[in-house]
Design a binder for this molecule. Sequence first.
Ligand code: MN
Length: 487
Amino acid sequence: MTIRKLISTIKGQYPQSDIERVEAAFDFANKAHAGQKRATGANYIEHSLATAQTLAELKLPPNMIIAGLLHDVPEDTEHTLAEIKEKFGTDVAGIVEGITKLSNIKYLGMDRYVENLRKMFVAMAEDIRVIIVKFADRLHNLSTLYALPANKQKRIAMETLEIYAPIANRLGIGELQSRLEDTAFKYAYPEEYIWVEQLIKQNAPIKQKTLNLMIKQLTDELGTEKINYVEIYGRSKHYYSLYRKLLRFNRDITKIYDIVAIRVILKNIADCYATLGIIHSIWKPVKGRIKDYIAQPKPNGYQSLHTTVFGANQEIVELQLRSQTMDEQAEFGIASHWNYKESPQNKQEKSKKEVAWVQDLARWLKDVRDNENFLEGAKIDVFQNRIFVFTPQGDVIDLPDGATPVDFAYHIHTDIGDKTERAIVNNTQISLDTKLKNGDVVEIVTDKNRKGPNPEWLKFVTTRTARQHIAIFKNQSWKNLISKFKK
Ligand code: MN
């Protein structure tokens, strides 16, 4: 890693004045860290450069790259934050300060985990750029983990899987998420890693042959139909995400169809749908496996069309179709909004929504005092897979996987939750404990005279809001009962 490489990455991307600021930051950090070594024996500045390099490759703005170069200066050298502020401005100093605060966060088991998550979210709400620089910092630390003692390796790897990667996922930065996960996986669960690696080595090559046949056929067909695609290629699933999927499918690899998948990048949305039609005319789709994340994006902004077909050689193959813009969103998520070339107006519009959920979460965290509740809530609401359902008016409601009509009702309004009588899903009445599915249209019929929720609902609700409200009501009715007895 050299300053020359960093400069050549950002040259042409940013004005000369910014390039000079990056060079000045390098000189400053280089002098500040002079004589310091990493555990690998390398000069400390290599770490600062690697962090900045990752940020530059994500096309992030100059101040984030500068903060990447300076991020360990206040903590590990004699130079202060005040100096950084004076030399590089308040904005850079603000990011560096945020990183310094976060560096005290360590994964030390479940108790501290809760506290750590809370701190991370609060920092994120203050300035989301801090977390992204921290991801880049962590990525380089992971790549040099071999130089550390085993207990430290394990702790840093766990911390990455439990804290950093889920946040990268929630911010939609798939590129960083999978890099963080796959590097940490090896150290966190070494035996499982070897198992997954072998599974991929055994299964991927056979599938790859099928894929090549299908890519050829699809390319020809798109040519005939005069659809100009940007790129068609086979992609293999990342190790850790395959591992997690295997756990969901009783470790049965034959149930997983996307170990390798075909990805088609197109010029626009119309071409995505047209191509989906063409694919289904060549190969028969597997029932219930067509997912339209274009019409219904995932909460982190991910958009694509997914379909699974009975493809060449009688093999079941998944295909993913998306436009170039969607592809950028899938890789870079919230980071793609800071892309230097976009107008400030555009950037603001695009990131407003993402920032809003972080702020919501942080506001809520500040209110929560009880750690157990926090963990429960965080697990349930943030890190679970989400489903999308609709109100009869067509509003999209996103809920955790496994949510029921009661969760839906409480999500709309606590009053509706409290007075829920029955639920109509896709025009059919269903029992209140039915698990909702993606795309369901849910209507809640309320009873104005109803006294409150049924405590039995606690047995099946999955969201924090529903659980809390039903529990409060349950406690109150017990207290009422007891006070009646006392009288
Ligand atoms: Mn660092």
